[in-house]
Design a protein around this ligand. Structure first.
Ligand code: AHM
Ligand code: MG
Length: 341
């Protein structure tokens, strides 16, 4: 006998099942990759548990030291950093990790096996927003190792974003979401806390080709290049035909700003300026994984002149300008930055 399909049951796609069914499409898959994603989803739940306690327990506030990028480290950043590392260090999936909070590579402890993948992560993006209960998130990027075996090296980590085999982010907002891609569409899962499972809520996300929202820290306007200033002025000009003026939205959590851009379209920019020629955002931890997601959803990501995913990284904490979002909007931004408009 077969059960008739009902609307409710046919929608019942857990993250776990999605990962397993994705792996089945690759007959040579060893399960290593599925195990890696599964371990990440567990790490996400552990971080979420602490995030939801923020304000209730004494985990908010700073630890009174700065991370390698000079930012003040919050306790929750450290918790997320350590939790992700510990959830991922023993499974035999990874040969090395790198985290935005740590200056050097994070090696797999000697008593655990090495795997064929590399994990790069920003444990808690937007952490300046924690105390205000604003959406924050974790961002991750996965590469296949280049070296043959043993401990992973810098060579394994410093690969251009186009070589990522998976990337995604976890949003800690009004609900918790796990958004990922392995190069076959972008899929979003929302945590059903009552059963502790991520359920498919956003299948095959497609970013609109053009949007009507721009997202950038305009407080930096006077530090921007004349080209960048002209681009923003263009977005604010009245022109019914091209849907201008655009609306401004800036959360100040990259992961949340990009998530909104992915769903609604438009453009997020963090350009270089007089003070920081390469802007603020890190290529390996932020720009590459988000560029991979947005490209896989039909959008684009550029440093203003070239595709983010084509940049060969030179160092772990390298920064690049970021223009990311709807394809048409990113291409107009590039024309302005290039002085063509
Ligand atoms: P971080 O919180 O991981 O250090 O990331 C940097 C954050 C991004 O989330 C956000 O988009 C950006 O810094 C905001 O910068 P600014 O305050 O200059 O607008
Ligand atoms: Mg960040």
């Amino acid at each position: 006998m077969e059960y008739p399909r009902t609307a409710t049951v046919s929608k019942f796609m857990t993250l776990e099942r999605h990962i397993v069914e994705g792996a089945r499409a690759h007959p040579d898959a060893t399960g290593e990759f599925s195990g890696l994603l599964h371990a990440l989803s567990l790490a996400a739940k552990l971080v979420w548990r602490e995030v939801t306690k923020a304000g209730l327990v004494n985990i908010l506030g700073t630890t009174n030291h700065k991370n390698v990028s000079g930012d003040e480290v919050k306790k929750l950043d450290e918790f997320a950093d350590e939790t992700i590392f510990k959830a991922m260090d023993h499974g035999g999936h990874l040969c090395v990790m790198a985290s935005e909070e740590n200056e050097d590579l994070l090696h797999i402890p000697a008593n655990y096996p090495y795997g064929k993948y590399v994990l790069i992560y920003d444990p808690l993006d937007g952490s300046g927003n924690i105390d205000a209960n604003v959406t924050i998130g974790s961002i991750f990027s996965v590469h296949r190792r280049l070296t043959a075996s043993g401990k992973g090296t810098m060579e394994d980590v410093l690969q251009p974003g186009c070589r990522q085999v998976a990337a995604g982010y976890i949003l800690f907002g009004s609900s918790m979401m796990f958004v990922y891609s392995t190069g076959h569409g972008v899929h979003g899962f929302t945590l059903d806390a009552t059963v502790g499972e991520f359920l498919l809520s956003h299948q095959n996300i497609q970013i609109p080709k053009k949007g009507s929202i721009y997202s950038m820290n305009e407080g930096n306007f006077n530090r921007w290049s004349p080209e960048m200033q002209r681009f923003v002025q263009y977005l604010k000009e009245e022109d019914k035909e091209s849907g201008r003026p655009y609306s401004a939205r800036y959360i100040g959590s990259l992961v949340a700003d990009v998530h909104r851009t992915l769903l609604y379209g438009g453009i997020y920019c963090y350009p270089g300026d007089k003070k920081n020629t390469n802007g603020k955002l890190r290529l390996m931890y932020e720009n590459n994984p988000l560029a991979y997601i947005v490209e896989n959803a039909g959008g684009a990501a550029s440093d203003g002149r070239k595709r983010i995913l084509d940049i060969q990284p030179g160092s772990l904490h390298q920064r690049t300008p970021l223009f990311i979002g709807s394809r048409d909007d990113v291409s107009i931004a590039e024309e302005f930055i290039d002085g063509k408009r």
